[in-house]
Design a binder for this molecule. Structure first.
Ligand code: SF4
Length: 446
């Protein structure tokens, strides 16, 4: 589940989700199940849908709606399974709202759960062992999606997890191992896709250099174009950057996080050396790679001047597509544990854990100043003047950055209206303990 009815962005700016199509592909053939995928990011869920078993995958920001839907469907007689990032972080909480909870990647446990369900032997909790074999995974059932609902159909994942331990990151809180699929499997999947544009969703793909260089070499003959994520470490290796370009890389999302080295220490991401940022951006721009640079506000070193310092930096180095989020303590992360110990968690309303709302007490400013500062940074960065300055000055062909900047200008304008108008139905019946059946769809309350 992502935001109901598409969140801020119009649905046409989304790429096809990989989780739901992968789960569909893992349904054992012998069960002869009829499968329907409902992606709330792009369509409206029929709350009267009839099903024997409903699986809901939720991130923290959608957990409360997932619980409300789970309660709704269970009352109607369906068996409900909850999985995804939030149930993996908080399985005990999720179990209050589901017949079964599945944690981790679910490649082996989801088929097992379905067989148990068929045999009337459903267990309450299924935990995927970490040492999972990622060979010969079934091809995701993209045929079950509405093809023209998405900007791209070609999401692919080659590596899983991350070897680093940034304190705010849910990736390492949900998976301890850094794993990769066999290269031939990934290449076969890309070849079968029928999409020229590939989106790699790997959170941290370049940490095993030998593997990723081999994968990118194998991609060269496919003549695809792709975008994905990387750490700043990509710029340490000229050969790696050159292979990225040869394999079709046009854009990278890079987590710069902060323009202060004190900040990178605080968040345990000290391999991000701020003094090198300018050179990193230049090396990638020189190769024609656009940069989607992400920054956070609200770390313990951040004060009221941090917003301007970050916006100035983004303009100076000409980041093609900057994004600003609030430093958010997702449950299960080291950051959450620290802030809870310090008595600084303000709410456990998971709906507000979307990296756009302040859910803890910042150290050097008020919560309101943090939220206002973040909105100000978005507004400044997506002013026409800033867009033109960054796009024309980067040296990268301006067409795609121009379109994406216009998209983010729209996002920046809508951001301040997001909380009330979009979250009404889930804040209506808020229960801070997460342990009862208080999550009710607004339609049912009425
Ligand atoms: S490098 Fe990225 S994926 Fe890895 S722990 Fe840090 S934020 Fe998470």
């Amino acid at each position: 589940m992502y935001r109901k009815k598409g969140g801020i962005f119009p649905t046409l700016l989304r790429y096809a989700p990989l989780t739901l199509t992968t789960l569909a592909a893992l349904v054992p053939k012998e069960l002869e199940a009829e499968i329907e995928i409902v992606d709330e990011g792009v369509c409206v869920l029929d709350e009267n849908i009839e099903a024997d078993l409903i699986g809901i995958s939720a991130i923290t920001g959608t957990a409360v709606r997932a619980y409300a839907l789970a309660n709704h469907f269970r009352k109607r007689g369906a068996t409900v399974v909850l999985g995804g990032v939030h149930p993996t972080l908080m399985p005990q909480e999720a179990m209050h709202h589901a017949d079964a909870v599945i944690t981790g990647l679910a490649y082996e446990t989801w088929p097992q759960l379905l067989r148990d369900f068929k045999n009337g032997e459903l267990k309450k909790l299924y935990t995927q062992p970490e040492n999972i074999n990622l060979s010969n995974l079934p091809i995701p059932r993209r045929d079950l999606l509405k093809r023209f609902s998405y900007i791209s159909y070609g999401a692919v994942q080659a590596t899983f997890g991350c070897p680093y331990k940034c304190d705010f990151c849910a990736v390492t809180a949900t998976s301890k191992n850094y794993l990769h699929r066999p290269i031939t499997d990934v290449i076969n999947e890309i070849e079968a896709l029928g999409s020229h544009l590939i989106i790699f969703v790997d959170p941290s793909p370049i940490e095993d250099k030998k593997y990723i260089k081999e994968l990118w070499r194998a991609m060269i003959p496919l003549k695809k174009i792709w975008s994905g994520l990387a750490t700043v470490k990509i710029a340490d290796d000229e050969e790696l950057m050159d292979l990225a370009v040869k394999s079709g890389c046009k854009g990278l999302l890079i987590g710069f996080e902060t323009v202060s080295n004190e900040g990178t220490q605080i968040i345990n991401k000290s391999f991000n050396n701020v003094s090198n940022y300018k050179e990193i951006v230049k090396k990638l721009h020189d190769r024609g790679i656009t940069i989607n640079g992400t920054f956070m506000f609200g770390m313990d070193h951040d004060d009221k001047d941090s917003f301007k310092r970050t916006v100035d930096f983004v303009n100076e180095v000409k980041i093609d597509l900057p994004r600003y989020s609030i430093y958010t303590p997702f449950p299960g992360t080291p950051l959450f544990k620290r802030l809870e110990k310090e008595g600084r968690i303000l709410t456990k309303n998971w709906t507000l854990y979307d990296a756009q709302h302040v859910v803890y007490k910042p150290l050097k400013m008020t919560s309101e100043e943090l939220r206002e500062g973040q909105l100000w940074a978005w507004k400044q960065t997506y002013s026409i003047k800033s867009i033109i300055h960054r796009i024309l000055g980067s040296g990268v062909p301006p067409y795609v950055p121009l379109i994406t900047n216009i998209g983010y200008r729209y996002y920046a304008k809508k951001l301040k209206d997001f909380p009330i108008s979009k979250m009404e139905e889930i804040q209506f019946k808020w229960n801070p303990n997460h342990d009862s059946d208080e999550y009710i769809l607004k339609e049912e309350i009425a």
